[in-house]
Design a protein around this ligand. Sequence first.
Ligand SMILES: Cc1cc2nc3c(=O)[nH]c(=O)nc-3n(C[C@H](O)[C@H](O)[C@H](O)COP(=O)(O)OP(=O)(O)OC[C@H]3O[C@@H](n4cnc5c(N)ncnc54)[C@H](O)[C@@H]3O)c2cc1C
Length: 455
Amino acid sequence: MILRLNLRFSYAKMSDMGTSKSKKIRWKKVIIIGGGASGITAAISAARMGAEVLLIDHMDRIGKKILSTGNGKCNYTNRTQGVRFYRGEDPAFVLPVFRQFGFAETIRFFHELGIFPKERDGYFYPASGQASSVLDVLMMELRRLNVDVRTGCEILSVRKKTHTFEIQTRQGTFVSDSCIFACGGMAFPKSGSDGSAFPHIEAFGHTFTSLVPALVQMKAKQSFFKSIAGIRADSLVQLYINDQMVCQDRGELQLTKEGISGIPAFQVSRYAAKALANKQTAAVRLDFMPDLSVRELKRELEERFYRGDGKTAQEALIGMISKNLIPVFLKQSGILLHHPADQVSKKSLAALTGTLKQTTADIVDVEGFDRAQACAGGVHTSELSAHTLESRLICGLYFAGEVIDIDGMCGGYNLQWAWSSGYVAGMHAAGLPTETTESANDASDHTALIRKQKG
Ligand SMILES: Cc1cc2nc3c(=O)[nH]c(=O)nc-3n(C[C@H](O)[C@H](O)[C@H](O)COP(=O)(O)OP(=O)(O)OC[C@H]3O[C@@H](n4cnc5c(N)ncnc54)[C@H](O)[C@@H]3O)c2cc1C
């Protein structure tokens, strides 16, 4: 509500100022590098604040990654929010941003643009079921606000002059009052986020935390994964770094030829990737019976195996465990498939309990950026204002989205961070227009969207 009032106030104030005959109003000029989720939102908020906005992307179109999100359905936010869903060296960095533009503002923003929300277990999607409709409404708003969008535009240099930024590109040189880097991280580079803008950021003195793939499959050393590839099972995944449990997640685990995938594996993968990059050891403990304690499971197995109903070991487990997994678990526990169930020793059943509750696998690698849904690591948050997302090193330079050292969990959190940080950075980068005492006749000089010096 506070945000809405502030924005209305800004609109009113700006239009009043625009009618002044004695004073010349110079709207802020904002250039945004990167037309992904955060860059587009930044462009919309800056333009709504009255700024003249230029959005630059080196791809042939903007918003490519949005189209791939949520398996083409775009899980654009989640009802359950909190700092625990965000990762980075300082996850609490997200809080001042969300206080200005959080979950409620996101739902309202998209609803006003045309996205009717559809909620499933707290996950939000457009009711159309199409990620393309999210991009469509964003593009319509960019057009309505006359945002200048330049695609296929390669950046050559970004320089700060005394009060302005000069951005040299293959399409010419552009000048602005503020500049926002919204160029994403390194994940899914075919959508444009390939790290090519990072040298321009580093040229300003900014530094990056280590960059690793996040929300990605993990590769395990153990060979038994080959025999169970393709199987899905409700499991608890606990990640151990240097033998210390650091995080866990439960959900539908997918066993792959090389290791583990699926949401619970994705959720812990960024910690495994960081650990491996730091030459630490990473291992997962898989609990395939997370609803039963070790004691309960042992009792259940003894009941099944010692019933005296003539079943084999394999048959005794049917109905409890996926049929495809039974041979693997029995083999791991040293039990023959067709052995009479009531002749399996208590020691072997204890081994089976251990296999079901605590299968351990050493993580030797994670898949690369090309298969990752997010990038963990980015510009150090200590170098940015958490309230405005402005650089603490360079006045007028802002950051938004995944290029910042914040990554979210699976479930709409990465897009939430992109929309929120984009909106907030755009709003502050646009700021209030400046008044000059120059004659009103010169005002037309400033109506051009962005002064194009060359090209
Ligand atoms: C397959 C997949 C599915 C996903 N699904 C979901 C989901 O359902 N929900 C969710 O919350 N998150 C999801 N994510 C994550 C989410 O899409 C991203 O976190 C989010 O889009 C990041 O937005 P961004 O604006 O920071 O960066 P990006 O979307 O990566 O955009 C960066 C933009 O900058 C441009 N750029 C980069 N370098 C330059 C340069 N040098 N010059 C000019 N332009 C440049 C790029 O071309 C790109 O357009 C998914 C990601 C992937 C890969």
